[in-house]
Design a protein around this ligand. Structure first.
Ligand code: C2E
Ligand code: MG
Ligand code: MG
Ligand code: MG
Length: 282
């Protein structure tokens, strides 16, 4: 009886696995079409100058308007896109869309247009042989100036093969674009790569901000990171500011740029533009 039950159990398990596999294949097929069908959406989150509270830049964050499941956040499809290699097509779409959007914004409302847009690039992009051409194309076809574009790469990506990576980034920087290290502080953090890899911006991971209030040691750590970045001549953006208290602390610790729900959530381009237009008018 136990054996029969075990077998039945296994059957249930097998069916379940089968369903999951079909589900995954189905999602992969639909994701593959998403780019061509125009189902990707660009959301923007403000990066704020903490002294003036003005929006200086925006980060492009992709969403997928899945006709079957509704608006999907990156966490639900980026991992699959990375496993299947679809990510480089998604990133290319975001890159072009972000540049085009900025150019249009700068032309129609120069008073409220942010100075820069940053775009996330997953690891696979560094293996795309024509990555530099793709970026050059996005700049040329949109007409934005190169220093208005920031490419965000995570620490773990940068550290994979420092020499190869440094070469690729040097090529990109020759176009005049800026390179940011995203989620700074979460990788293996051998600081040596700051010497070898050409970067312009550090984006301090939000895990450093959670619980910042009341934790002296953590405050000192953030202060040290800010000093290090500033000493190296880098722009330092602190992510994950969710409260006024965190913002005040950050200012006290010497922070200059911040991003977080307290300062603005990611939102569609039109709604952010409308919001910034009212702020400026009022
Ligand atoms: P990221 O590049 O570090 O982007 C910041 C993420 O933190 C965003 O999540 C943003 O909504 C969220 N966030 C911002 N402020 C706060 C805050 O105050 N509190 C909290 N709890 N979260 C905050 P999102 O949009 O879900 O994106 C998640 C990740 O997906 C991004 O992390 C990035 O690694 C990846 N991603 C997003 N768009 C793209 C893309 O176009 N290409 C690639 N390759 N990856 C992308
Ligand atoms: Mg990012
Ligand atoms: Mg980040
Ligand atoms: Mg992240």
């Amino acid at each position: 009886a136990a054996k029969a039950r075990g077998k039945a159990c296994y059957q249930v398990f097998e069916n379940h696995m089968h369903e999951m596999l079909l589900d995954r294949l189905d999602q992969e097929a639909r994701l593959r079409e998403a780019v061509h069908r125009g189902e990707l959406r660009l959301h923007l989150q403000p990066v704020v100058d903490v002294a003036s509270r003005e929006v200086r830049g925006v980060e492009a964050l992709v969403r997928w308007e899945d006709p079957e499941r509704g608006l999907q956040q990156p966490g639900s499809f980026i991992p699959l896109a990375e496993e299947t290699g679809l990510i480089t097509e998604i990133d290319r779409w975001v890159l072009n869309e972000a540049c085009r959007t900025m150019r249009e914004w700068q032309e129609t409302s120069p008073a409220t247009a942010p100075a820069w847009v940053s775009v996330n690039l997953s690891a696979a992009n560094l293996e795309v042989p024509d990555l530099t051409d793709r970026v050059a194309y996005a700049l040329a076809s949109s007409g934005i100036t190169p220093d208005g574009l920031v490419l965000e790469l995570t620490e773990t990506v940068l550290m994979r093969d420092i020499e190869v990576t440094a070469g690729r980034l040097e090529e990109l920087r020759e176009l005049g674009v800026n390179i940011a290290i995203d989620d700074f502080g979460t990788g293996y953090s051998s600081l040596g790569y700051l010497r070898d890899i050409p970067v312009d911006v550090l984006k301090v991971d939000r895990s450093f901000i959670t619980g910042l209030a009341g934790h002296r040691r953590q405050q000192e750590l953030v202060s040290a990171i800010l000093q290090l970045g500033h000493t190296l001549g880098l722009k330092v953006v602190v992510e994950g500011i969710e409260t006024e208290e965190q913002l005040d602390l950050l200012i006290a610790l010497g922070g200059r740029f911040a991003q977080g729900y307290h300062l603005g959530r990611p939102e569609p381009v039109a709604s952010l533009r409308a919001r910034l237009a009212t702020v400026t008018a009022g």
